[in-house]
Ligand binder design. Sequence first.
Ligand code: SAM
Length: 494
Amino acid sequence: MALYTKAAEILDKVEQKKGAVKTLVYDSKFQNIKQLFALVCETQKYSSVLQEIIESTKFLKETKLKLNLAKVMVYDLLFGQGVKCGGAWKAMMMKHRSRLQAALARMKVKQKVSRNEDLLPPGVQDAKARGIPRYVRVNMLKTTVEDVIDYLKREGFSYQGRASRIEDLCHLSGKAFMGDVHLRELLVFPAKMDFHDHYLYKAGHIILQDKASCLPAYLLDPPVGGNVIDACAAPGNKTSHLAAIMKNKGFLLYLFRKLFAFDLDVKRLSTMSTLLLRAGVTCHKLANQDFLKVDPLSPEYKEVKHVLLDPSCSGSGMVCLPDGSSEEQDSERLQALAAFQLRCLDHALQFPQLQRVVYSTCSIHSTENEEVVSACLQKNPGFRLVHLFPEWPERGHGPLTQCLRASTKETLTHGFFVAMLERQTTPCSGESIHVSMTSSMDLDMGEPGGGDEEVEDVEDQAQQDSSEIPEEQPQQSTTKKKKRNRKKHKKQEN
Ligand code: SAM
């Protein structure tokens, strides 16, 4: 019953605009987060259908249940795997089962449909039909893209080669899969593919991570042997990605580990330890510490040149809602989050040797994205934006086209935002460095063929079960310029 009362409580809070589903689910400290998240998302999706059934059967009047509690229970009874409670609660649901089932049947007859999902409003059905592909990051610490492809082929999967356009990824079905169009170590499967019980997942050879969530580490692209901070790290898929890019360098002696990962949340850190162990990550130093209290002048961090900052955000980009759109957010809450995010970003820039920081959120709100970055740059004129990945179709809003955005519609991912700030080594020349996937791969991703993670896992699970101002820099586009920038980029690394 605890599952239902928690789910109803979260639905109440969402309606009262007290937070995003993802945040509320995590804050609930419920034992089985995946189960809770899936139930809340699915109940939201079927909300109008459930409401009609509940009203037509006078279920509330008879049971005296509150609406959202009734919705989650009726959802599980009619669309889920049956009510998961006992005693008087179960008896009550069983007593009403036939009437509820009859009401569902009547709705289907009336709408001339045979499947439950056909009852969903058209917008919801479209979102469902579109879906977000299942992205699988190959963990280069344990295997290679080729080996994973071979393994899967032997299991009857059918590899369709590397996608050449994002659209190619929309039409995958059955056991067909492709190499991602942008990220070499990503394999893409149909949305419903579930790898949670697969050997490759359990052995840490593959990581279930949304594509957008792979962008920050990929773009930060720290060098092997570098000193890197993952400021808000748990549950750690980006940390494991960083470790893979850094080739796990520095694992022999704890003292010499150079990937510093901080997080405030003990429970998430414990999930992170499990995840990093499974992924074979050994070059990290995990600390249950407030990043804002980490002393940038401590000798321990004197060599830190790269910071990945993926702070708490509204989670409004996480696709969970019925229509795939974001939840309306309380502007006060967004302002508070943005103030925190700005403090974190500003703090990241205080490390004396810092060269680059990647800032990311799974929010679609400019308040947490472009506005934070702009405010930070105004405060820190020694830094500038890096023009990220010119080929990426979705750009930062307003003048911040150097930054990336991601969305279900444009990039077939969750909603996401990425910015990279870089210390200006020369006086402002008005030219920004371009970082593309190609340059990134040329530098570190030498392997051929090459977004939680318990958070993404949770979201993945929900998807399974249901079936984130400086002057605009001139954009260089010629191959020559790209090559020059790649060289420049390489120089910085050396
Ligand atoms: N980067 C993570 C990943 O890829 O798995 C996800 C990070 S999540 C969006 C934000 C994290 O920031 C949460 O785990 C939260 O506990 C942590 N956090 C919030 N405030 C913090 C602070 N002041 N210092 C360190 N971590 C913090």
